[in-house]
Design a protein around this ligand. Sequence first.
Ligand code: OSB
Ligand code: MG
Length: 369
Amino acid sequence: MKLQQITLREIQMPLAHPFVTSFGRTNTRRILLVQIESDGVSAWGECVAGEHPYFSDEMIDTAWLITESELVPRLLGKTLEKGSDIPALLEQVRGHRMAKAAVENAVWDMEAQVKGVSLARLLGGTRDRIACGVSIGMQDTMDEQLAKVEQEVAAGYQRIKLKCKPGWDTEMFAAVRKRWPDILLSCDANSAYRLSDADHIATWDEFNLLMIEQPLWYDDFFFHAELQRRIKTDICLDECIRNRRDADAALRLGSGRILNIKVGRVGGFSEAIAIHDIAQQHGVPVWCGGMLESGIGRAQNIALSSLPNFTLPGDVSASKRYWAQDIIHPEVTVSPEGEIAVPASPGRGFEVDQDRVDALTVRRAHFNG
Ligand code: OSB
Ligand code: MG
């Protein structure tokens, strides 16, 4: 595969519903798409960096700059055999994992098409359906929060995750649990608490949560181990796991008992697979996180979720929860049982709607090798 042409595009997509977390509100997603063309094959990657450096230290503008000035020059015109060749070529550039992931994942997409296998099988996936959960952003009132949960439970989602922060936690969990005593329920604090909140967090044990996601600092997995010793509920790590060493160290420390894998957060499919494998060796289940992806990132999350140790429902849900119209055909849909079918066709299994992408594009850069 010769990487002949690389095109970067920024698309702007208004969310069907604003998404609110402890770190901020998102109304419109600005998404960097990477397209790589080679011998008539067109492959895509999505950069999940946000509009601001609030979830991580990357944002779309830094990702654009790094991709254009550092990543593309290392790849343009190169002949590669596989997606897993990419990390070594980008190794000199430290950090910027979301930028790197978009490029690496596009090359995996190309490899799958060239080999005529599904992206899921190429990654080592074994499932033909994946279990889906939803992440529910913080609503303005308790009534709206309960109505949202009601809607997603009725749609069949297998696990409901509630975004929380100090002041929007215990009372809200109690209200949801009272109405739905038996559903799989979890929460995600996005680093909104401190170790001094341990006693407060321990009171949530009564809600029988499947997990508490990243309660403490975004860059910590040392103090999470102390918190885990003080509560019964399993901690799930998200923000703080950047690579396979973090995963191994955190699991050895006992910082959590579940991992959320986001392919962008860890720098691409190669690292995501390595983290999946390490968690499996520790006997720790993983699930696929979401970053409000367009259909391209969503298709790639579906493929990743088909690996064997993705045993818990992920945050990969239907296109229509996010977008009035997605940029892929068909859009991602979820069955009444809360499952998404993993495509078996070559490549990502969803066509990119080029007209829709063009209509949403606000900036473009094209490189010819
Ligand atoms: O922490 O999982 C998170 C969205 C943006 C940034 C961080 C997170 C999230 C979500 C949404 O929880 C998951 C999704 O539905 O895509
Ligand atoms: Mg999270």
